[in-house]
Design a protein. Structure first.
Length: 165
């Protein structure tokens, strides 16, 4: 069946568009590092492909009753820390505009309301580095500020993609 692949392609194009919008809105160039010292790619939301890289697309279904609180926390230390330690391509939260879904029905959680993408050199790098980054005392303190803690994440999905261009 072609539809799921086609749908993934459409989603990838949409993500690339959003990344471009994010980069333009930030006012940063892809060549400049930010003051926080994160990679230039992360600072500008650069989606330029890297040979052999994989992209981890993380979709969260976060408790809608606590979503606004989450957005506030995420905009602060949460994103600062992640961008400092990971090659974040982009981080998006639900805009409030209803999702357009075609095909099979969704389950009771509906569409994810948080999506972010991390670029990795390989799956092996991800498997080694992500637990280290999320296992520090600093991250523990930051994560403690997430409204409702881990229980507010109703589902976490990680998919591993490669760039077609």
């Amino acid at each position: 069946m072609i539809w799921p692949r086609r749908n993934a392609g459409i989603a990838a194009v949409g993500a690339i568009f959003l990344i471009g919008v994010t980069a333009c809105a930030s006012g940063e160039s892809a060549e400049s590092d930010s003051a926080a010292g994160e990679p230039a790619a992360a600072a500008a939301g650069n989606m330029a492909p890297q040979e052999g890289a994989i992209y981890e697309v993380r979709n969260y279904h976060f408790d809608r009753a606590r979503f606004d609180e989450y957005a506030e926390v995420a905009r602060g230390e949460y994103l600062r820390y992640l961008r400092e330690h990971l090659d974040i391509v982009g981080f998006w939260i639900d805009s409030g505009i209803p999702a357009e879904v075609r095909g099979a029905e969704q389950d009771e959680l509906g569409s994810a309301n948080i999506t972010w993408v991390i670029r990795w050199a390989s799956k092996a790098e991800r498997d080694e580095k992500l637990p280290q980054v999320l296992g520090t005392p600093e991250w523990g303190e930051i994560f403690a500020e997430v409204p409702g803690g881990g229980a507010s994440y109703l589902r976490i999905e990680s998919r591993f993609m490669e760039s077609l261009y």
